[in-house]
Design a protein. Structure first.
Length: 156
């Protein structure tokens, strides 16, 4: 689904964009995320694989970790915001916690598990946000080997 963003959706995506910029300024991969429940941002994070030497600390995972332990009922009211189409790992985390809605900043530079998420009943809002597209395109051009590492591809 592609649609105009509500004010809350714009705010959530803007938090994710801020996180992506923080990640890049730290020398990492510019992917950010936010978790909003009932109009309140309860978690935010960015890809910290490089900074933390982590194999799995993608933006969405960092965001969920930073939100802390929440009851299942809270996740069922949540929207996850991400600057980039979520990979299989991050899609799986959203499914595991029963997050019913994801706002995706862009899917031009990378297409994650969107079809699978939709097949499992997750509502996807594709923002087609040019800031998100430009952040990733610039990063991929500057650091192709790091990008390939992040998505599990071999560098050529």
């Amino acid at each position: 689904m592609t649609s105009e963003l509500s004010a809350d959706d714009r705010r959530g995506l803007d938090v994710a964009i801020d996180e992506a910029r923080i990640g890049r300024s730290e020398g990492g991969i510019p992917i950010g995320s936010a978790l909003m429940i009932d109009g309140e941002v309860v978690g935010r994070g960015h890809n910290r694989r490089v900074q933390s030497g982590s194999a799995i600390l993608h933006g969405e995972i960092d965001c969920l970790e930073n939100a802390g332990r929440l009851p299942a009922s809270a996740y069922r009211r949540a929207t996850l915001y991400t600057t980039l189409s979520p990979c299989d790992m991050c899609s799986g985390a959203a499914l595991l916690f029963g997050i019913p809605r994801i706002v995706i900043g862009e899917n031009v530079n990378f297409m994650g598990g969107e079809a699978y998420l939709e097949s499992r009943g997750v509502e996807l809002v594709r923002a087609h946000d040019q800031i998100c597209v430009d952040l990733m395109a610039a990063f991929i051009a500057a650091e192709p080997d790091l990008w390939n590492e992040d998505i599990g591809e071999s560098s050529t």
